[in-house]
Design a binder for this molecule. Sequence first.
Ligand SMILES: NC(=O)c1ccc[n+]([C@@H]2O[C@H](COP(=O)([O-])OP(=O)(O)OC[C@H]3O[C@@H](n4cnc5c(N)ncnc54)[C@H](OP(=O)(O)O)[C@@H]3O)[C@@H](O)[C@H]2O)c1
Length: 251
Amino acid sequence: MTDHLTVLVVGATGSIGRHVVATSVAAGHSTRALARNASRARGLDPAAEVVVGDLTDASTLTAAVAGIDAVVFTHGDNSNGEAVNYGAVRNVLQVLDGRPVRIALMTTVGATVRHPSSEWKRRGERLVRASGNRYTIVRPGWFDYNDADQLQVTMRQGDTHQAGNPADGVIARYQIARVLVDSLTDDRADHRTLELVAERGPEQDDLGPVFAVLDPDPTSSLDGVHDEANLPLEEEPERVRDDLDRIRARP
Ligand SMILES: NC(=O)c1ccc[n+]([C@@H]2O[C@H](COP(=O)([O-])OP(=O)(O)OC[C@H]3O[C@@H](n4cnc5c(N)ncnc54)[C@H](OP(=O)(O)O)[C@@H]3O)[C@@H](O)[C@H]2O)c1
């Protein structure tokens, strides 16, 4: 894969998305920022192209996905988990209609907790895994709760920290953006699901070795490699199972 990509940033106007836009531009990628309102895109890196679309309405997303090589999802609205957190992933994949793209999806530490807000994020993860695309799923800890000397990028698997507070891990916003953008061009990040936190120590110059020690998700698995199997597919809502069937059936 070439290192120069056309990257769509979903959630580009958000607290992480803004960093992703800047990081993607700095990495030399042609960067497209999806905004539901052009005025919200003011202040984004001027090198980014702004495209207007509504994540909850697939029919508005055609221009956003035209010609992209990769998509970074950083959207979020926990009060609207099905329509936004899950719906954005479903709708973008639907509009891509099976055209392969590299995906980086941000969800959250605690994504496997049985709670409606985490379940809709986890279902979005499942669509990405089922889509047949190359992907990295990044579950960050608490944003910007890190101390100044807490910058060593650390990746865990299995979603083992579920206190629901910063004890689950902390990470700087700009570091989340770096991991998402770096993952797009690093084969060692492909098919990896990881929780992202920072430990005491300096930030690494190269994240490749950090990705390299992760276990890949098993082929055809809907969940992350070491995730607890606590969301049985047969108990999922029919519309969710239908979405998975449609995603898998695409060429
Ligand atoms: N805070 C933490 O420590 C933490 C830790 C782990 C994970 N998370 C998760 O991270 C996610 C995102 O965080 P954030 O701070 O970047 O959130 P944010 O600043 O609120 O950004 C959310 C983005 O999603 C977009 N969006 C929301 N609803 C939309 C809709 N209906 N249509 C189109 N776009 C929509 C927003 O667009 P607009 O600008 O137009 O509103 C914005 O670009 C949240 O779901 C949160 O649960 C947070």
